[in-house]
Design a protein around this ligand. Structure first.
Ligand code: NAP
Ligand code: MG
Length: 517
């Protein structure tokens, strides 16, 4: 049995050896940028003439990698190949499957800086943000490997005389794995490794904003000994390739993490039974958020300001868990806004390659435009900018960390996910009113309260409708095994990634009863 699961520690970049390690990795990875990467279906590497480019959002003239766009025929071939490989992979003992994950974790740990450096280039993560992404990916490999061993062991059943009873968790079949770009490594690794360790085979379609990280992980799995065809690596636009993969009659489940709009679309498409399909597809969909942090008057305001800023602006606010609303009790509202604005103005924006940078760019031009538009709408609907509000200097897609005060709870920027460094501050009459406002969106992913009052804490534990709820701390940074992650309502199916319920989503249980006398 492997040692008890422990979270991968974060890197202390103030240590000269670690700083050097990251600098070396940034140089090594930079020298390898711009390569052409194939699709990989079974053991076959395939190039198409229709290309997809991944760019550095901090320096859009820099190509991170070139990828082939799959067409309908290749998408179908990928599902067929996964279906054929399932016939052998499902019979590989759980321990052997888990060992591939443990081997991959060990390899990734050795090359931690390299993975982090590629995250810095491809999606604009600062050093600590990239390091946390890589650490979480290692955690998922270690955690789901152990989870599979737990599920493969004899399961507790009630004993009856004259029968031997057994419950086995068997895999589902072919899965389509569709991750987002924002935890380009961690979420992609978690979704993929959970599905395959349970005995399924998959078609992995990474986000078009981060295919290079996806390919680097795919190569790592090959090196760790994963047989060809268990993961089929397919790039191309979600809209065209995605629909074919999701609708295919041999697709058994879809594991999606991304926006509400795409999640709804996939859920609808997957619900339609296709000709020749002999099951109802299972959809695991983790979607957006409009996460709130409630600030009570009975609190340490300076600590609350720090936590709100960290939750709102870490990785440029591009976390599904990011605070996009601060709901503040009237009596401390003005003080909070003043302190938050001051704190926000100290945050540096620039190239994430530089160690001291706090915020890098947002992921692409479309995202930059959308964020600036939301800021405009926020002001038009009565909001008051107290920090940031503009595009920041530089060739890349840089946005100033922005705080908009006096936002109405029903305003557009208080209801819709912006997915950028924009925090709406909303005034509440009292703590109860703040909770009411917090719950008044269609989402329910993360949330938190800052209060020293035990009664208010208990009330919020019961009433704050969020899958991941925090008290007196930041509302981002969920750890595998510690904070199983997933949201309510339009935030998704509450899969609780990194928890004991997650692997069950990729299995079905078979009960076997044998008469013994
Ligand atoms: P997105 O635009 O919805 O894209 C997610 C993935 O879906 C991408 O791989 C995309 O591919 C693909 N896709 C698009 N259309 C598709 C279709 N018709 N069929 C199949 N796949 C399709 O989301 P994103 O911009 O990558 O990520 C940001 C969003 O993810 C935010 O809303 C955030 O809150 C959410 N998120 C949620 C969680 C959570 O745990 N709840 C975690 C992280 C992020 P292309 O790139 O090729 O279009
Ligand atoms: Mg990019």
């Amino acid at each position: 049995m492997p040692a008890k699961f422990k979270n991968e520690p974060f890197t202390d970049f103030s240590k000269p050896a670690n700083k050097k390690g990251m600098e070396k990795a940034l140089a090594k990875v930079r020298a390898e940028l711009g390569k052409d990467h194939p699709l990989v279906i079974g053991a076959e590497e395939i190039s198409t003439s229709d290309k997809l480019y991944s760019y550095n959002p901090a320096k859009p003239s820099e190509v991170i990698g070139i990828f082939s766009k799959a067409n309908a025929e290749l998408a179908k071939k990928a599902i067929e190949t996964a279906a054929a490989t399932f016939e052998t992979w499902k019979n590989v003992p759980a321990k052997k499957r888990a060992d591939v994950l443990f081997k991959a974790a060990a390899l990734m740990r050795k090359r931690k800086f390299e993975f982090s450096a590629l995250l810095t280039y491809e999606v604009g993560k600062s050093w600590p943000e990239a390091d946390a992404d890589t650490a979480e990916a290692i955690d998922f490999l270690e955690f789901y490997g152990r989870e599979m061993l737990r599920l493969a062991a004899p399961q507790p059943l009630t004993k009856v005389n004259g029968e031997k009873n057994e419950l086995r968790y068997i895999p589902l079949g072919v899965g389509v794995v569709v991750p987002p770009w924002n935890f380009a490594l961690a979420i992609l690794v978690g979704m993929t490794s959970a599905a395959i360790v349970a005995g399924n085979t998959v078609v992995l379609k990474p986000s078009s904003d981060s295919p290079a990280i996806g390919f680097k992980f795919f190569e790592l799995m090959r090196e760790a000994g994963l047989p060809a065809g268990v993961i089929n690596f397919v790039t191309g636009s979600g809209g065209s390739v995605g629909d074919i993969l999701v609708a295919h009659p041999k697709t058994r489940f879809i594991s999606f993490t991304g926006s509400k709009e795409v999640g709804i679309h996939i859920n609808e498409l997957a619900a339609k039974v296709q000709s020749g399909q002999i099951w109802l597809k299972r959809v695991v969909a983790e979607m957006g958020g409009k996460d709130a942090i409630v600030i009570d008057n009975e609190t340490d305001l300076d600590a609350a300001v720090q936590a709100a800023a960290a939750s709102a602006f870490g990785f440029q606010g591009q976390k599904c868990s990011a605070a996009s609303r601060a709901i503040v009790v009237e009596s401390v509202y003005d003080k909070f806004v003043e302190k938050l604005a001051a704190r926000t103005k100290t945050l540096s924006v620039g190239s994430p390659e530089i160690q001291a940078t706090y915020m890098g760019p947002v992921v692409n031009e479309g995202s930059l435009k959308k964020i600036l538009q939301y800021i405009e709408i926020g002001v038009k609907e009565g909001g008051r900018i107290v920090a940031g509000g503009k595009r920041a200097a530089g060739e890349g897609y840089f946005v100033e960390p922005t705080v908009i005060a006096d936002v109405d709870p029903k305003a557009t920027i208080a209801q819709e996910e912006i997915f950028g460094p924009v925090l709406a501050v909303i005034k509440a009459r009292n703590f109860d009113h703040a909770l009411e406002i917090a719950n008044n969106t269609e989402f329910g992913l993360t949330g938190g309260v800052w209060t020293k009052n035990k009664k208010k804490q208990e009330k919020a534990k019961n009433e704050f409708h969020a899958g991941n709820f925090y008290i007196n701390r930041k509302i981002t940074g969920a750890l595998v095994g510690v904070h199983p992650f997933g949201g309510f309502n339009m935030s998704g199916t509450d899969s609780k990634a990194g928890g004991r319920d997650y692997l069950l989503l990729f299995t079905q249980a078979k009960a076997i009863s044998q008469k013994t006398k």
